[in-house]
Ligand binder design. Structure first.
Ligand SMILES: [Zn+2]
Length: 452
């Protein structure tokens, strides 16, 4: 692959999670604390010279900065995506979109490419995962064939950079960053040093030419390819493309954004003609919510500025196993264990002979603790076989003694609930908003009154 250099090869051990290097193998990375993430890599001395900053350092008063921030944004042609980005793409912005294989990343990007091409922009689509024919067939299926979209089936970084410069493309998609390699490095494509080199040099180029670049990052459950953590520090924006297999909805969630707020979402519906944007995700996610059944509650989810109402479901049933099952989709399994323990201790409910399954409908992965209260309520509701009122939503963090603690974005969540006619909202007691629809609770045991 790489051309043999006369310089001596060097073996280093690299953490695939954080990119730290070590002289010898260890079971645990001392820098980020991950176990089993250290991999052996061969590097040439060239690696050391990456990431030179080419501008000289400059200082300016903080007051003089605001004038230069109103950059001209480039629209992606997809309204909810522009919104989630903070108003569109910024020239020179480098975005990493990661997600499991087959989730629909290539479809989304080809649609963006087509929208950009329709605006007369010259787009370069670098495909390392698929052949040009496969990309063409997908383009044909979703109606994304346009003369302005140039396909490059190549995985050599130097060729890609040359093409971008020669063709003067205005928008670049690299699908995926793990397949691309620099000939100046000895290590294989997808290794930590290659991923770092490729993303570093493309980022530099994007800034230099002021063109937005999207890098696709493949993620496997085993994490045996270079962890996206290494990439996350290099790029401007990181988004995860999530969804449940076998379900049509997809969520693009922004985790980091130098040019906008993190936590923003864009929601799509996967159809045979590609992804359709869902402008009103709350009503979409609640459309199939069961009526009058125990174990289901509405949660106003938000990690950014736009809350979305999602349904949290729990199923509590007598176990047939020696060890009861605890399974969660969309909620952290450790958090579920804590919530279960709090319910047992504070409400005297025996769950040790019960299997507990929790699911967030819509495939959204919830990281925020505000989901504690609704998760606890869904479990209680299913365990006691008492349905939660249809027009009730809840949010709040649970402390270890069962106290309900305040969370962020209270006002935004309440507003979204009211928009959908939800008249009872269970919220932490300390909230200083007053409204007849709010039910303020101090402790998890007060939930029992609502279930009656
Ligand atoms: Zn590490």
């Amino acid at each position: 692959m790489a051309k043999g250099k006369s310089s001596k090869k060097k073996t280093v051990f690299v953490c695939s999670e954080c990119g730290a290097t070590f002289p010898r193998w260890t079971g645990k990375c001392n820098v980020c604390g991950t176990w089993g993430s250290i991999v052996e890599e061969t590097v040439s001395p060239a690696t050391k010279t990456q990431f030179r900053l080419e501008h000289s350092p400059q200082v300016k008063p903080i007051t003089s900065i605001k004038e230069s921030t109103d950059v001209k944004r480039i629209t992606t042609g997809i309204e909810s995506l522009d919104e989630a980005l903070g108003g569109g793409l910024v020239p020179g912005q480098v975005i990493l979109i990661s997600g499991e294989p087959g989730i629909g990343k290539s479809t989304l990007l080809l649609q963006i490419a087509s929208q950009m091409a329709k605006q007369g922009k010259k787009v370069l689509y670098v495909t390392g995962e698929e052949s040009s024919t496969q990309v063409y067939l997908r383009g044909k299926r979703i109606g994304a064939l346009d003369e302005n979209i140039l396909i490059l089936a190549d995985t050599v970084l130097e060729n890609i950079i040359e093409t971008i410069k020669k063709e003067k493309t205005e928008f670049v998609i690299v699908d995926s960053v793990q397949t691309v390699y620099s000939e100046q490095l000895e290590s294989i494509a997808g290794s930590v040093s290659q991923v770092r080199e490729v993303s570093g040099r493309l980022t530099e180029l994007g800034k230099q030419l002021s063109i937005p670049i999207v890098l696709v990052g493949q993620v496997t459950k085993e994490g045996n390819i270079a962890g996206p953590k290494v990439l996350e520090h290099i790029v401007d924006t990181v988004a995860n493309f999530e969804g449940e297999r076998g379900h049509a909805y997809r969520v693009l969630k922004f985790i980091k954004n130098r040019f906008g707020a993190a936590g923003e979402l864009a929601v799509f519906n996967m159809t045979s003609k590609g992804l359709e944007e869902i402008k009103d995700p709350s009503s979409f996610f609640l459309a199939e919510k069961p009526v009058g059944k125990p174990g289901s509650v509405i949660f106003p989810f938000t990690e950014g500025s736009k809350p979305v109402l999602v349904e949290i479901q729990a199923l509590v049933s007598k176990t047939v196993y020696a060890v009861p099952q605890r399974k969660a989709q969309g909620v952290d399994i450790n958090r579920l264990a804590i919530i279960t323990a709090i319910l047992e201790k504070e409400l005297n409910i025996f769950l040790k002979d019960k299997d507990i399954f929790v699911n967030v409908v819509g495939g959204i992965n919830i990281k925020e603790p505000a989901a504690d209260l609704p998760v606890a309520m869904a479990i209680l509701s299913s365990a006691l076989e008492k349905p939660i009122p249809q027009d009730l939503a809840a949010f709040g963090e649970l402390g270890l003694t069962g106290e309900v603690r305040s969370v962020y974005y209270t006002d935004l969540r309440i507003k979204e609930c009211k928009k959908f006619g939800i008249n009872k909202i269970l919220i932490p007691y300390s909230t200083d908003i007053n409204d007849p629809s709010l039910i303020k609770i101090k402790h998890i045991k007060e939930v029992l009154d609502v279930l009656k």
